[in-house]
Design a protein around this ligand. Sequence first.
Ligand code: MG
Length: 442
Amino acid sequence: MKRRNFLKSASIAALTAAGTAKANASAHAGRPRYEKIKITNVKVVMTSPERVRLVVVKIETSDPGLYGWGCATFNQRALVVKTAVEEYLKPFLIGKNPDDITDLWQAMYTSSYWRNGPVLNNAISGVEMALWDIKGKRANMPVYQLLGGKARFAADLYAHAGGSTFKEVEDSVRSWMEKGYRNVRAQFNARKGGTYGSGNFDPKKHPNLPPETSLFEPQVYVRTIPKLFDHLRDKLGFEVNLLHDTHERISNSQALYLGKALEPHELFFWEDPLPPEGVNFFETLRQHTTVPIAMGELFNNPNEWMEIVKEQYIDYIRVHISQIGGLLPAHRLSNFCEPFGVRTAWHGPGDNSPIGHAAGIALDLVCQNFGVQEQHIFNQPAQDIFQGCLKIENGYCYANEAPGWGIEVDEELAKKFPWRGDTSFDYFWGQTRKPDGSIIKP
Ligand SMILES: [Mg+2]
């Protein structure tokens, strides 16, 4: 383009831009950008399209048609969370300004005096995420934009592979690789259908154990898992990132053994080797293995993670976002971890609603120290209830670009998937036992 023509088009462009800005300014003239509104109602919606008990909170406002959704799912004690929201938080929230997320969070958190428990943290999270949804809708932006915008185009996911023979696990990993996934968590259970542990439970051989027992033999487990990864690396090579979850079920010395034995397999990370009560052992564990360690699925209290993060005893923090109180606490945790080289891998199971997953993905997109994201693919009824579930392609999860979380809950359809009356499901975690009958803590 000749210089004279360039100047002419540049000046036309400048005039057009100025005209557009002027038109926008006049459209906003004479009225506040955000009118002050109030919270008018808080309700809990419970639904179970995938067996687990999803708990989501809806906050309605004085602006007609403006409301928000948040995740408060604590599958094992869902009714207690519902009571906490409806009987304690709702009366406090009615009439408050939903824009004041930070103040409302601090007031809810502090008002119980005793704090940092899973029930109240989930209740607060349900409210807090709903407030972010409202704020996003008021700003006409997805929530990740309110946190500073994208640091990456999508979140790299890890998928779950499992089987009751090494060949089955290999085939399962391979099926994810063929779908384009770069990261796969591999679990083995000699018992058909299981994904954790190593026991092949025959009730006749253990007549003293309750029949609902999930038998776990820690020593057999730590001996078996390195052989599983020998097989997987032999058959699949080293290109795929392999992960493994111990689910907190072994002793300190068994963790040392397994940490050393898994070094040659170059895992992407080794998840939850010890229970939260065992955080004091991470200093020793760190000194004995080069395997990257991921920890924190069961954490509720900042005191559980502060030491192991600042001392750099772990490589990945993987808390369950609603269990620590919602988006703001998780964002603060991520920022705390960044200078210590600890990356995020938020817990992403099925007992986390699509709203909870959307909050995790928002953080994955904006946090510089994102590591990897656990995947859960919701079944069709769940996707029909939660319209706007995030898109997954080639092992990447993409944000929903609609304002707020971009997810609308079909409340009428949700009622068609009520909770099952199966209380024994609540006690699943308390039925994993050693052969001598003692319970193993996850
Ligand atoms: Mg886990």
